[in-house]
Design a protein around this ligand. Structure first.
Ligand code: TA6
Length: 327
């Protein structure tokens, strides 16, 4: 039997994914139980639970054979991803707000349609991270990965622009921001998946994969510099926009003995940020000591790498997060 036939066979066999919806109080539980060759396949067990989360905001919790994830409709923000037996991959501030109109401090804020605070824009990092999105559907794939689709409701600022977000969950976490220009003219924008990672101790963390790459130093008037070191280490505030860099980056955590790989598609910018002491104290929705347990390694297209999307075209920004033990 050829590979294609085998895959077809697996898909056919795994098509028998039973869906069962149960309501428990404010929770709506969609159980996806898959049968493989008529026997229950543990890897095909998943639950998608729509429930009320912090701040009484709607949230979707997804439990797969390998991991658990939480996604708030506010900003379609993935606030939690944890493989069984591992510390959480994403950092979420204990002081984060959970209210429509304010971004969540942690997880993966979706930055669009601009990055930072351009003079002609109101507000930092666009507006979609502070808006409620729609949860459209969740599906289980034959290999047990669960995908969830979110959609930004039509908004006056983006009349003919469709924005969707796909979250795929299994042993790894993959997120994809899809922007489609349904207007008759070019649409220019920046995008960024502003990921906050949990680390054991920032003093024992290094970020590799950016050697020789040019960056704009946001702490030095956006002056242009080149990364000379094999690894970025943290001994103070770091806020850098690496440009023209499509390659993956890796976080090496000497305290948790964990490597986190940040792979990306259709992204030429990587932003590295740690607020350190003073900036942490200045942020009301961030704990004074929390800078020691997080680092942002963000993937997008900003500044020199901003996107000009032609009519009818779509731009797909995709990031895959995986972790390995460094023990
Ligand atoms: O991505 C790094 C950065 O642009 C920093 O300059 C810092 O401001 C951070 O984002 C957080 O921005 P926020 O608007 O979420 O406070």
């Amino acid at each position: 039997m050829s590979v294609v036939e085998t895959v077809r066979e697996v898909v056919r066999a795994a098509q028998t994914i039973c869906k069962r919806i149960v309501r428990k109080g404010d929770r709506k539980i969609l159980s996806l139980r898959g049968q493989y060759n008529n026997t229950l396949s543990p890897t095909l067990n998943a639950q998608v639970i729509q429930q009320t989360g912090r701040g009484d905001l709607p949230m979707v919790r997804i439990e797969t054979h390998w991991s658990e994830t939480e996604i708030y409709l506010l900003g379609a923000c993935v606030t939690h991803f944890q493989r069984h037996g591992e510390p959480p991959l994403l950092f979420l501030s204990e002081k984060s707000r959970f209210e429509n109109g304010s971004p969540i401090r942690g997880g993966i804020p979706v930055i669009f349609p601009w990055f930072g605070k351009p003079v002609d824009k109101s507000g930092q990092h666009g507006f979609v991270r502070a808006r409620p999105w729609e949860f459209v559907e969740a599906k289980a794939q034959p290999d047990g990965i669960v995908t969830a689709l979110f959609r930004l409701p039509p908004c006056p600022e983006l009349p003919s622009i469709a924005v969707e977000y796909v979250v795929a969950i299994g042993e790894t976490l993959t997120v994809e921001l899809i922007v489609t220009n349904k207007s008759s003219s070019n649409f220019a924008f920046e995008n960024c998946l502003h990921t906050y990672f949990t680390v054991g101790d920032i003093n024992a963390v290094s970020v590799v994969g950016l050697k020789g790459v040019d960056y704009l130093d946001s702490l030095d008037g956006a002056s242009r510099k080149t990364e000379a070191g094999d690894a970025i280490r943290f001994t103070g505030e770091v806020d850098r926009i690496y440009i023209n860099t499509p390659q993956a980056a890796e976080i090496r955590d000497g305290a948790l003995h964990r490597g986190i790989r940040v792979e990306k598609e259709n992204s030429l910018s990587t932003v590295v940020w740690n607020p350190w002491i003073a900036k942490s104290r200045a942020m009301a929705d961030f704990g004074d000591e929390e800078y020691q347990r997080m680092v942002c390694v963000e993937s997008g297209n900003v500044r020199d790498n901003s996107v000009a999307l032609a009519p009818g075209q779509s731009a797909r920004l995709k990031v895959k997060l995986s972790s390995t033990s460094l023990k």
